[in-house]
Ligand binder design. Structure first.
Ligand code: MG
Length: 263
């Protein structure tokens, strides 16, 4: 009787194992690669360049030698491969919309002033959206006005500031706002900022232009506008400035999302 039971259990086990194996095999063999059916253009090949240096498709705005690509560039002092903010702000002659910007800056090594008066400058995207430059190393001020803040809209997530005198990087990814032909805002601007390689703004939705004396608000403007670097009375230094224009890639076909078929 016991032998019969054991034989029955063994047979049951073997059958169950065989069934499981069959199910597994079927699942395996029924699986097929999913394809969207969308035909994409081939991504353009570029040379990423040296670490921190300009990729091959970047527009170099300042390579340490001259500020000929900027209005009022003659007001700044160029020395030893960097430019020192002086007299006025500077504004690019070219205009940009969606972009990736790399810029290196250093607050004066000699500490003078405090709060907003210490190492103040700023990166004005499209001349109106300021990513704050400030010596925020052990220099308290209002949080949405410290280095890496979207001025008076959003503080940086962390304070990644280096000591005054040391070189620092901003890598900024910016999506310009969109307006319709009547000037109505269709889509706000977005900005991501890495300060010294650390994400401090993550796809932040701008509420409009950044102002000192009024709340943020949007005023319609063209799809592209110049980049402006602020002079706020402090000899902030700059070097290695380059920008890449960003273009959204679109499928060759279909031309509307959701029209693709698996194949
Ligand atoms: Mg500023």
């Amino acid at each position: 009787m016991r032998a019969l039971q054991e034989r029955y259990q063994a047979a049951l086990f073997a059958t169950t194992a065989a069934m499981l194996a069959a199910v597994g095999l079927a699942a395996c063999c029924q699986a097929a690669e999913w394809k969207s059916g969308i035909v994409w253009p081939e991504p353009k090949v570029i040379d990423p360049g040296p670490p921190g240096g300009p990729p091959s498709d970047a527009i170099v705005l300042f390579d340490g030698k001259d500020l000929s690509k900027w209005h009022n560039g003659e007001n700044w002092i160029i020395k030893d491969g960097y430019a020192i903010a002086n007299k006025t702000g500077i504004t690019t002659k070219d205009s940009f919309g969606d972009c990736q910007l790399h810029i290196e800056w250093a607050a004066p090594e000699k500490i003078e002033g405090s709060g907003q008066g210490r190492g103040n400058s700023g990166v004005y995207l499209m001349e109106r959206y300021e990513v704050q430059i400030l010596d925020s190393y052990d220099n308290p001020t209002y949080y949405d006005g410290q280095a890496g803040a979207i001025y008076k809209q959003q503080p940086p997530m962390v304070n990644a500031c280096r000591k005054p005198g040391q070189w620092q990087t901003f890598d900024i990814i910016f999506t310009a706002p969109r307006f319709d032909k009547d000037g109505k805002l269709l889509r706000p601007a977005y900005v991501t900022v890495l300060h010294n390689g650390v994400v401090i703004q993550n796809h932040f939705e701008l509420q409009g232009g950044t102002f000192w004396d009024q709340p943020p608000s949007y005023t319609p403007h063209p799809p592209k506008a110049p980049l402006h670097l602020q002079f706020h009375g402090n000899p902030v230094r700059f070097r290695n400035i380059w920008i890449r224009e960003l273009k959204e890639i679109t499928p060759i076909k279909p031309d509307k999302p959701g029209q693709g078929k698996g194949s």
